[in-house]
Design a protein around this ligand. Structure first.
Ligand code: UD1
Ligand code: CA
Length: 484
């Protein structure tokens, strides 16, 4: 970004509690699509590459400070001890910053739909027009509670009047103050010193800076937001859910425009950092969270939640919960699979139904089809793990590793008591409890030999249906001459 449109500072106001959220968590820390409210604002602000990025904190300041500096290390926090108004809040921020020259952008911490493009346009408009202040405005369906833009007969911005201070006539104005501004630093600083508390709330209103600038003959203008939704703030959890749905629509639309098929956009949720390739298909009820990446032609869902998971090209993932896993190209997962952190599936690997994996590498073409727990394991290529097997990794104190070679065939209901190794091409018999290494190519049998006690049911359970069935079977067998 070139220097003229690079702000001297962006100030984000986030000192409020957000009473109407009815929450122990400060409003700006509430989450949508993988970021906090203020995290979305900081992401857009950061793209302007301001010389200074300040956040005004007050309510639960330690918690908010830790969060915002974690989101962006460039953030400087400014404490506003008492909520004396938006103007006072900006004054607190400027007190933490060196003497500024050039544009200062002021934003609210609760407007997550604001885009960097609109912010950049606001700053460019402001700089090119040589304004003392430029306010981002919009016409919203319901302006109740918001500040209104008062223009003169020529259409020039005169001042902003708060809803609660407005006359009935002023309340009919549809154009509202988004709370987002670009100011000239010098003019802002001098006018902040002239704010009064002569209003219904007895607070220092930032909005009054515009009226003061106009009075002194400085150029003040408005830029109308390209989409009013970008200006929407969040006051309660109903608005939060509406904002989340709008953001979801934006993210899903972008994925579809980039070549993904989304069968039911209203039932899928993407976080902002999710990346989908071409010809990906997303079925209903899918959540893609964190840094999840879905590569070309992969199919996800229905009913899957993937967190920080990479899905390789052409893979299919059905009814699966996955966290920090890597699914190879053309692999198949689910239905009803649970991939936990450190699960790495090779090309064409299969993790089937009622299978849980953790810290496990499953090599190319290997299959774990049914009812199995694979924890702390390395499985080579083209091996098959029998149904209902358990990689017994935990001795009650420590976790241990199991290694299975290539082209192994382990029987159903095998318990691998880690640490243990099964060599290339080895087999295990169904029902085996494997406590010792199995050499390559060996068949391990580790189970009790079967013993049949003839006639037990008729002797020990006489009169039961089982005994009757046994007696009938014995008669048939003896008529056929198969039993003496
Ligand atoms: C403000 C604007 C209003 C605009 C609306 C847009 C003023 C006087 N009014 O009204 O014109 O239409 O935003 O949403 O500016 N904050 C502080 N310290 C304070 C007061 C507020 O940090 O002392 C922060 C809040 O945490 C919030 C933001 O500033 O993030 C806006 O404050 P809020 O009280 O919500 O202002 P509104 O009454 O909504
Ligand atoms: Ca508000």
């Amino acid at each position: 970004m070139t220097s003229p449109a690079r702000p001297a500072a962006v100030v984000v106001l986030a000192a409020g509690e957000g009473t109407r959220m009815k929450s122990d968590t400060p409003k700006v820390l509430h989450e949508l699509c993988g970021r906090s409210l203020v995290g979305h604002v900081l992401a857009a602000a950061g793209r302007l590459e301001p010389a200074h990025l300040a956040v005004v904190i007050g309510y639960q300041r330690e918690r908010v400070a830790a969060h915002v500096t974690g989101v962006d290390a460039r953030v400087v926090t400014a404490v506003q001890d008492q909520q004396n108004g938006t103007g006072h809040a900006v004054r607190c921020a400027l007190a933490e910053l060196p003497d500024l020259d050039g544009p200062v952008v002021v934003l609210n911490g609760d407007t997550p739909l604001l885009t960097a493009e609109t912010l950049q346009a606001l700053v460019s408009t402001h700089v090119e027009a040589g304004n003392a202040a430029t306010v981002l405005t919009a016409s919203v369906p319901d302006p109740t509670g918001l500040g209104r833009i008062v223009r003169n007969a020529d259409g020039r911005v005169q001042r902003i009047v708060e809803h609660r201070d407005a006359t009935a006539e002023e309340r009919t104005i549809a154009e509202i103050n988004s709370g987002m501004f670009a100011f000239d630093a010098k003019h802002l600083r001098s006018m902040l010193d002239r704010l009064t508390t002569d209003n219904d709330q007895g607070q220092e209103y930032l909005t009054d800076v515009l009226g003061l600038l106009v009075e002194d003959g400085h150029p003040v203008a408005a830029m109308v937001a390209p989409d009013y939704r970008e200006t929407l703030g969040c006051n309660d959890r109903v608005e939060l859910s509406a904002l989340r749905a709008l953001l979801r629509d934006r993210l899903v639309t972008a994925a579809m425009r980039a070549g993904a098929t989304v069968i039911d956009p209203a039932s899928v949720w993407f976080d902002v950092d999710v990346v989908l390739g071409r010809d990906v298909v997303v079925h209903p009820n899918v959540q893609l969270r964190g840094a999840t990446v879905i590569e070309d032609r992969a199919e996800v869902g229905p009913d899957s939640t993937l967190i920080d998971t990479k899905v390789g090209a052409g893979a299919t993932v059905v009814r699966t919960h996955s966290n920090q896993a890597e699914i190879g190209p053309e692999a198949t997962v689910g239905p009803f699979a649970y991939l936990r952190p450190g699960s790495v599936l090779g090309r064409k690997a299969k993790v089937g139904t009622y299978v849980e994996t953790k810290n496990a590498t499953i090599g190319e073409g290997s299959k774990v089809p049914h009812l199995t727990y694979v924890g702390d394991a390395t499985i080579g290529e083209h091996s098959n793990i029998g149904a209902a097997s358990v990689f017994v990794n935990y001795d009650g104190v420590n976790k241990h590793h199991t290694t299975i070679g290539d082209h192994a065939r382990t029987g159903s209901d095998t318990m691998f008591i880690a640490p243990v190794n099964v060599g290339d091409g080895a087999y295990t018999a169904a029902g085996s409890v494997i406590t010792e290494d199995v050499p390559p190519g060996a068949m391990a049998v580790a189970r009790a030999r079967q013993r049949n006690i003839d006639g037990w049911v008729e002797r020990r359970r006489p009169g039961t249906a089982a005994a009757d069935a046994a007696a009938a079977a014995r008669r048939v067998a003896s008529e056929e001459g198969t039993v003496e």
